[in-house]
Design a protein around this ligand. Structure first.
Ligand code: GDP
Ligand code: MG
Length: 239
């Protein structure tokens, strides 16, 4: 199994969870990740949740050194992308996974993402299908995905099976390099950091995919995706 190095006291990877009002989910996902990945750090990058998420994570991080609470409530720029970027810059180990904190991404697939990094720089979790999405959300998602694919093809860049995935892994060195060299080109308030990474990554980067079918419905809390994020995604594409 991938996650063995912890036995030597060496933490080999970091899992980043961006959060905004995930009090109903955060405890659950942290304990599942800690149990399955004893050699990983978990960074919770919280954007000033008002439902107590920060309090819960702060408390856990006091007794569990593998949990790092990145409290962004006083930051000037809020947003999912900006939060992940800040977390990447303090991430430890040579592998980074980014996933939602709302239990929609299967924890059971995280190991496949990590393993994929043995011979790729970026490994993307690709959803086979999404059930129970509203018609509107499905249409917007498909349109954005097609627009992204078209734009990337025109630019001669590689596409992948889910350009908008929020569930992916990147080698730390590659991730930090892309962020440090292009910080101002990321759309911080945006929702689709993977698009920025793919757009800004140097040619020659090796990308692979891990398919998963279980994209769970949210059980607690609600989606923060709004119309403005569509605009930010377009900005990610065309800037
Ligand atoms: N730090 C941060 N996290 C966010 C923000 N918006 C959403 N999130 C988190 O990003 C993940 C995905 O958000 P969600 O609303 O579930 O998006 P959806 O799955 O596309 O509907 C969840 O863990 C959210 O708590 C934000 O502005 N800042
Ligand atoms: Mg979600």
């Amino acid at each position: 199994m991938y996650d063995m190095q912890h036995k030597k006291g060496h933490y080999s990877s970091t899992i980043i969870l961006p959060t905004l009002n995930e009090a109903g989910n955060i405890k659950h996902i942290i304990s599942e990740l800690l149990e399955r990945f004893p050699g990983s750090y978990v960074i919770v990058a919280d954007d000033g949740s008002v439902d107590g998420t920060g309090k819960i994570v702060g408390k856990i991080s006091k007794t569990e050194k593998r949990v790092i609470f990145l409290d962004r409530k006083d930051e000037r720029e809020h947003g999912l992308t900006a939060s992940v970027i800040d977390a990447v810059l303090i991430a430890k180990g040579d592998k980074i996974v980014v996933m939602d904190a709302d239990l929609q991404h299967p924890v059971s697939k995280v190991n496949d993402l990590f393993s994929g990094l043995e011979d790729s720089d970026i490994v993307i979790g690709v959803r086979r299908s999404v059930k129970n999405w509203s018609f509107g959300r499905m249409v917007i998602s498909r349109c954005m995905e097609s627009a992204a694919r078209c734009y990337f093809r025109i630019r001669g860049r590689r596409t992948c099976g889910d350009m908008m995935s929020g569930f992916f892994a990147v080698r730390s060195g590659v991730f930090k390099m892309i962020v440090l060299e292009n910080r101002e080109k990321f759309v911080g308030r945006g929702y689709k950091i993977l698009l920025d990474i793919l757009r800004l990554s140097p040619s020659g980067i090796k990308i692979s995919e891990v398919r998963y079918s279980a994209f769970h419905m949210r059980k607690r809390g609600r989606s923060k995706l709004g119309f403005r994020h569509v605009i930010y995604t377009l900005a990610s594409l065309f800037s």
